[in-house]
Design a protein around this ligand. Structure first.
Ligand code: THU
Length: 160
């Protein structure tokens, strides 16, 4: 038996004003998309914006359903739309902003496991890393240089 260590590196910016200006703009688009979140059940509103290599920005927000599992997260709403509309374009960056209407969310909110799995599919398909930035409504912004960094030991097509 041997122990295997898996390391992930993240970068933490103290404030959204400290991130690169193109990503600030992307985060602003994510924030605008968040306004359209439909989250009457959780009251947790999430916005995501994706920058493609054709310079297009695709956004999404979480969309809930009375049948809870039928709803979809913001990140997957955005990435599936990007895949459907621009199947040949590479995804360069994703910005995510999230928070509850019940309290002020100051902690960076990372994408859930299912969204990580979905984003991983596109990172593998395009053979280049997707930068992920995430934050709460305010406060620190966390950057991951790739999705793989957020999901060690991921399940991918190589095992099928
Ligand atoms: N949600 C997202 O949109 N993205 C995530 O990565 C985690 C959770 C949404 C789903 C649901 O509408 C609400 O947040 C509470 O889980």
């Amino acid at each position: 038996m041997k122990e295997v260590k898996v390391e992930s590196n993240f970068f933490v910016y103290e404030d959204v004003k400290d991130i690169p200006s193109d990503v600030q703009q992307l985060m602003q688009k994510a924030s605008e998309a968040r306004i359209n979140a439909y989250a009457p059940y959780s009251k947790f509103h999430v916005g995501a914006a994706i920058l493609l290599d054709n310079n297009e920005v695709v956004t999404g927000s979480n969309q809930e359903n009375a049948s809870y599992p039928s709803g979809l997260c913001a990140e997957r709403t955005a990435i599936y739309y990007a895949g459907a509309k621009y199947p040949k374009s590479k995804i360069l960056k994703m910005a995510i902003i999230a928070g509850s209407t019940k309290t002020m969310t100051t902690k960076p909110i990372p994408p859930c496991g299912a969204c990580r799995q979905a984003i991983a599919e596109y990172e593998i398909k395009q053979e280049s890393p997707i930068e992920i930035y995430f934050m709460g409504e305010t406060g620190k912004v966390v950057k991951s240089n790739s999705l793989a960094n957020l999901l060690p030991l991921l399940f991918d097509k190589s095992v099928l």
